[in-house]
Design a protein around this ligand. Structure first.
Ligand SMILES: [Fe+2]
Ligand SMILES: [Fe+2]
Length: 508
């Protein structure tokens, strides 16, 4: 078993403590977790964790938390490692850690015995697979820091921690805490108190600090809301963009008219088809999409009447949203081409995920367009409306918003909100608006649309996984469960099948 981090590829290639900053940035923006696993916590890993933390916080513009959180990580990983050592020590002495009398006997000599022979015990821990994991993630505008180790707290240990936490809360200053006699038999007393005091100082209270046992792991979780300044600044800039979106061209008139016809239950298929056929460009675009592998048609479809029959009213409507968006936002610059390429791939993956794993007709029908437009909020930027950028620059300097926050916005922070605002302005259906809004925060999606949002979310992650920008552990297990996908091998297989299908489509 390796003792190195999960963010490992660069570490193996370059020096072992090299941090892959670009990977960390991407993961932070996508809200996927960063996890570092170690068995013995050597000094290089400590340094490595500190560097990852610094990079992670810088991306969130939360550098001010670095020292505090570094301290917390050190304290908590030391405790987690010690808890693992304790398990091994008790096992070796054939003592039952859950038995109060055995616990007393073991603890009487634990510190002395293990300190004098720590390498031996660390080796045993490693052999037993007892790990310590540090996980960082941005979720729903919160920074979440978790320390996990795979030995469950005993009742006594649990009580002891809660007792210490409760006592710490009464203190307002460190001096006050120091003058009290603290139970230090476990060696972790003072560290925990200092940590609680520090977290209090950055404005956190009980709800922000959790200790729990779950599936054989002890988890300590610190939840830190992103500071209000940054949140406000991002909001102001986003509002400005949304305001600007109001000045963007309306959805193409010809397409809007056809949408109207499609929405009218009185319309005849022949009238709709005739209307579409009048527009040569639209007809070509539509047939191209209908014939793409995404719809798995048995044979090529050459006319609109047939296309409407094959894809259905809903299908045609969805395709028109895509065509209209591409017409307005364009796909000429390199950046745009790159974004649309990603979008087509996510669309293909979404459709196939829904069709093969969910078997819900409505989700399957909407999956393609939702995948295609999920990053609409990024494409708006790449559409490079110079007036928009000028305006934002003005807002930024008038409100003296830090350059970092501004850059984060340009790099895609808040792109789900921006995309959803544009989709609303263009009167896209609710399912599409919500898929765009929640594709990086599935937990927040309304239950009714959860399957659709999950499809787009997982398709996006699969595309990144297939490209090697994220690793298996970064894919939300709950999401995989929804699609009954269980192992990394299965993910690999699905991704490679989809990837091949997508490439074959490009060649048609
Ligand atoms: Fe996205
Ligand atoms: Fe994406």
């Amino acid at each position: 078993m390796s003792d190195w981090s999960k963010i490992r590829p660069t570490m193996e290639k370059k020096s072992q403590t090299q941090v892959d900053a670009e990977k960390i940035r991407k993961a932070t923006r996508m809200g996927v977790p960063l996890s570092i696993t170690t068995y013995t916590m050597p000094h290089e890993i400590e340094l490595y964790i500190a560097e990852v933390l610094a990079c992670f916080l810088a991306e969130m513009n939360q550098d001010r938390l670095k020292d505090y959180l570094s301290y917390c990580i050190n304290e908590l990983t030391t405790n987690a490692k010690k808890a693992n050592t304790k398990r091994i020590y008790f096992k070796e002495r054939k003592l039952d850690i859950n038995d109060p009398e055995d616990y007393r006997i073991g603890m009487a000599s634990f510190k002395e015995d293990t300190l004098s022979n720590i390498n031996y015990y660390l080796q045993l821990q490693k052999e037993a697979g007892l790990y310590v994991k540090v996980i960082m993630q941005v979720k729903n505008k919160n920074i979440i820091l978790e320390i996990r180790n795979n030995s469950e707290l005993t009742k006594t240990e649990f009580m002891r921690i809660f007792d210490k936490m409760a006592r710490s809360r009464q203190f307002t200053t460190l001096e006050e805490a120091l003058t009290q006699i603290l139970d230090d038999s476990e060696g972790a007393g003072l560290g925990l108190v200092i940590m609680i005091l520090m977290l209090k100082k950055v404005g956190l209270d009980d709800d922000n600090y959790q200790v729990l046992v779950e599936n054989g792991e002890t988890i300590t979780r610190i939840i830190m809301p992103m500071d209000l300044d940054t949140q406000e600044q991002l909001k102001t800039l986003t509002q400005d963009i949304v305001g600007y979106i109001d000045t963007l061209p309306q959805f193409p008139e010809n397409i809007a008219q056809i949408e109207k016809l499609l929405n009218d239950p009185e319309s005849k298929l022949s009238t709709i088809a005739a209307h579409i056929s009048n527009d040569v460009v639209l007809t070509t675009d539509l047939l191209k999409l209908v014939n793409s592998a995404a719809f798995s048609l048995a044979k090529k479809c050459n006319n609109i009447t047939e296309a409407v029959k094959l894809v259905g009213i809903r299908g045609i409507k969805n395709l028109l949203y895509s065509i209209g968006s591409i017409q307005i936002l364009g796909n000429t610059s390199n950046e745009q081409k790159h974004l649309w390429e990603h979008s087509y791939k996510v669309a293909f993956f979404s459709y196939n995920l829904a069709r093969n794993f969910l078997h819900n007709r409505l989700v399957t029908e909407d999956a393609y367009v939702c995948g295609l437009l999920h990053d609409l909020g990024k494409i708006v930027f790449s559409a490079m409306y110079p007036e928009l950028l000028e305006k934002l620059e003005r807002v930024r300097s008038t409100l003296s918003i830090p350059d970092k926050v501004y850059q984060a916005l340009l790099a895609g922070a808040n792109h789900p909100d921006i995309g959803a605002a544009l989709a609303e302005k263009w009167n896209f259906p609710t399912s599409l608006v919500l898929a765009i809004r929640y594709h990086h925060s599935i937990d927040e999606a309304p239950e009714e649309y959860a399957d659709l949002v999950a499809t787009v979310c997982l398709a996006d992650l699969f595309v990144h996984y297939a490209e090697g920008t994220i690793e298996f552990y970064q894919i939300n297990p709950e999401l995989l469960k929804r699609f009954k996908i269980e192992s990394e091998a299965q993910v690999k297989k699905v991704c490679s099948t989809f990837q091949k299908g997508f490439e074959a489509e490009q060649l048609r």
